[in-house]
Ligand binder design. Sequence first.
Ligand SMILES: [Zn+2]
Ligand SMILES: [Zn+2]
Ligand SMILES: [Zn+2]
Ligand SMILES: [Zn+2]
Ligand SMILES: [Zn+2]
Ligand SMILES: [Zn+2]
Ligand SMILES: [Zn+2]
Ligand SMILES: [Zn+2]
Length: 261
Amino acid sequence: MKPSPPAIEQPMYHDHSLVFLKKQQVHVPCEACKKSIGGPSYSCLECHVYFHLDCVHLSKEVNHPCHPSHPLKVVASESLADNQDAEKSCCFCGVQQEKMMYHCSICNFTVCFGCTKKPPPLAIEDAKTHKHPLRIFSNKITFTCNICGIKGYKDMIPYICFACNFIVHRKCIGLPQIININRHDHRISFTHHLGRRGTKCGVCRRYVSQYYGAYFCSVCPDYTQFTHGVHVIIMYGMVSNWKGYLKRAKILLLLRWWDIT
Ligand SMILES: [Zn+2]
Ligand SMILES: [Zn+2]
Ligand SMILES: [Zn+2]
Ligand SMILES: [Zn+2]
Ligand SMILES: [Zn+2]
Ligand SMILES: [Zn+2]
Ligand SMILES: [Zn+2]
Ligand SMILES: [Zn+2]
């Protein structure tokens, strides 16, 4: 991590210069995102306002790489709640319990602070998921994910290959090709098209569409595992961004989730 400079002379979010405070302030909210600060901060000694270290570089109006047509303005979630039509949850991660959001009032496009500080990648290359790079499609559309066969989750923005009409959830990119589960004796492998009609999931007995992805056992021809279990894991697994750990977390949580199902 880069060391924090002792002062920021012309911050984007505040009119006065801010100084770095190493000591934790008790129960102070961040001036930008309004969430409490649990560590070092930047502060204006005149106004007694505080900022998270990673919020201090934001401004009230940002040019988000995933929404290049208009700047996004910071708004209180309450004001979005007052407007029946306004999008309340983050278009990228679905979060909606935040106090402040970035919003484009022209396109009704809402992004959380987290996805503004660390925007989702514009393109993802994962040859096992698809042979071409998948590009983010920053528009709310209803779609059925080509990997899991589930309709757009919480209005989340999809990744698309236009050449192939291939459209997926971000969370469905990079699913493990082979997994072990304790509900079944053999390892099961992912296939993009199950291609077998009338199959039921080996865990929850739900119907599995032949047209979408699923895990199957090559030893037992009738064993199919719907990918929805994997969805749940990856959402939990995303808490860590250390790659090696994330991968292991996927599998561990997968087992745990199936254990309780
Ligand atoms: Zn903050
Ligand atoms: Zn001030
Ligand atoms: Zn978000
Ligand atoms: Zn816009
Ligand atoms: Zn999916
Ligand atoms: Zn393609
Ligand atoms: Zn199932
Ligand atoms: Zn088997």
